[in-house]
Each structure stands twice: as C-alpha cells, then as structure tokens.
Design a protein around this ligand. Sequence first.
Ligand SMILES: [Mn+2]
Length: 336
Amino acid sequence: MTINWTPLADLVETHDRFLITTHVRPDGDALGSEVGMAGLLRQKGKDVRVVNASPTPPRYDFLDPDGSLFEHYGHAVHASDLADREVAIILDLSAWGQLAEMAEFLRAFPGRRVVIDHHVSQDDMGATFFKDTTAEATGILVQSAVNALRGTLTREVAIGLMTAIAMDTGWFRHPSTRPRTMRAVAELMEAGADVSAIYRDLFERNTVGRLRLMGRTLNGLKTEREGRIAWAGISLVDLKETGSIPPDSEDLVDYTVSLRGVEVGMLLIEQARGGVKVSLRSRNGLDCSRLAESLGGGGHKAAAGATVPGTMEEVEAKALAAVRQALDSAPIVAQP
Ligand SMILES: [Mn+2]
C-alpha cells in the first residue's frame, strides 16, 4: 500500500504551529514516530510541541536526552497552553479511547486533525488519515513521509524511527518483517542510527525492579489445554513488592507466546486507575484484534489489547472465556 503524502505536504506548507501526540502507555513506535515527525516539522521551520497523555517511560529517555521534547498533558502542560495549535498530528492510534485524558481536548480541537497509523480503524476521529494497516510500524510510515516531504533523516530522526520499527517488529522477528523493512533500516543506519547502541539503551538497562517483576510474573505463569493457552497476571501488589513501575511490564506478554506449542498468550495487568489491561498475542493465526474488540479494545491480528473494568479475578475469567471460545471456533491455520 502506498500512501499519497501530498495532503500532508499541503498542510505543512500552510500551517505553522503543530501538536504531535500518541497513545497512552506509549511504546517505542509511538515515541520514536513522534521524534521523527517532530524532526521533520522543525526542519520545515515549524513550531512543534509533543504532548502525551502519559509520561515517558524511563527506558525511552534516550529519545529525548535533554528532556525538552516530550511533555506530559495535565501536568506540565494544560489545554489552555495548546490553544494556539493549528494542526494536531496523532500517531500510532485510531481510537479515541487510546488518548485517555487527551481525548476530550482533541475531540474539541478546532484545528485540523491528522492521523498517521497502522492499526485497523475503530473511530472516524474527524481526521485526515494516512494509514497503511499492512505497515510493520507507524515509524516506517513517518520515514516515508520524511522522504516524500523531502526532509532529512538526521541522526536524531533516524534513531527515533529505528526505535519505532525495531520495537514494533519485535526486533525484526515478527512476520511483519520483510525485505523492505530491512531496506528502511539500512537507510536509517546510513543516517546514523546505531542499532546496537539502541538495543543496549532499550534492553540492557533493566532495573532490579523490572527483573524481579519478570521473575514473579513468569513464576505465576498458568497454562491450559496442554499449553495452547498461557497467561500470567501482574497486580498492583506485585509492582509494589518487586519495586517496579507500570512500564516495567512492557514486552513481558511476549514470554507467554515463547512457550512451545502455545497458540494464545495473555498478560493481565491491574491498573492503578481501575480495571485490568489485557494484552493478547497469538501464534496460530488466531485474530487477536477481534478477541480484543470483544473485550472492548483492539489492535492487530497477532497482538492486541483491551482495558477491561473489574477485578483481576473477574477480568481473568472473562478474558479466558473469550480466549477459549475463540480457540474453539477458530479454524486451525498453518503458521506463516
Ligand atoms: Mn505501532
């Protein structure tokens, strides 16, 4: 799928003050794409603010070394501070629910809304969409926008986009990885993104809290149907007792689908604001996004999630029932 970037080029040409944002609990694709888009717009002489509904997880500090890029909505910056923004560029999401506290502001936003994303749409959002649901990451779409708008892949932009693509492809392991991914990666390496340095920044800066949380989570792994379903839970007590923070649970769901013979992996994470976040992964072609939608969320075929109201026990029972039903009704599809 090739995106026509001309409408974006026109918007950039005719406006000066931009807001860039992304989803709650931002991941590498979300934050790295913001770095890339902010770099492109600043090269065009634009006034850019990057404001997110969630704080930046510490592991992504290297994307904003002097702490001047990412702003936290409702904390250092409020709706009134953003009244002068003319265009809002929303990255890596297509549902109001993913914007949490910023949804209200963006719904009422009087300027132009732009969505650049690779998720299947849930909401119309009254936006101009630049979307490719076959893209391995939003970062690869931003990279193509940089090229289409004749921007420069500076080292900073390249590091952001490399992080985005590497994280959303599971460091080039997921089936979404294809020759064009590696061509894009080659271009980013030539622009100064050091894959091995980025890997060290992301994966070799674990805290004791994160490692303890990982241990406790794996220790509590449960399986069913000879390991076809594997799941684990992280409660607020687990976070407290291991000395970890909520972002430390990122990627732990991937261990559930590392089990031999597993078809669906699930991680349940109790949320401080109430409810339980359910992360789903599949390994047999089962459609996780449909499963997540049945729980009030969404995502991709192989990776999706939902935040479900209720206690851990209630949500575990509900999510497991949905997984069992999906497995029972799904045709067995050969793994690609
Ligand atoms: Mn993404």
